[in-house]
Design a protein. Structure first.
Length: 108
């Protein structure tokens, strides 16, 4: 197992630590540092390309607050038994437009 992986640090961090402990000279460090740095930037570039949007709020939120509860709270708000600010607070929604879109998504 590679040492960096074993200690759960980056190769750059390991390289810097070796230099700090004087296990490698500054000249040795400066010879290999650019290669490790380029490898680290390449990994970051690949991760940035793969990054997803993080999911769809209106598709996942009903599972967080439970669809049945969400529908009941929305119905109460529309009937006037619960205020809209209370409804939004119960559902974890900040804006009225978000509430309306969420209500449509849960089918109320």
């Amino acid at each position: 197992m590679p040492v960096a992986k074993r200690f759960r640090v980056s190769a750059l961090a390991l390289l810097n630590r070796l230099r700090d402990l004087k296990l490698i000279s500054f000249e040795q460090w400066s010879d290999v540092y650019p290669e490790f740095e380029e490898r680290a930037f390449e990994i970051l570039r690949k991760k940035a390309e793969k990054k997803s949007s993080g999911g769809e709020f209106y598709k996942t939120h009903p599972f967080i607050v439970r669809s049945r509860f969400a529908r009941a709270v929305v119905r109460d708000a529309r009937s006037g038994r619960t205020s809209y600010p209370d409804t939004q607070r119960l559902l974890g929604l900040m804006k009225t437009e978000t509430f309306e879109k969420f209500a449509r998504e849960v089918g109320v």
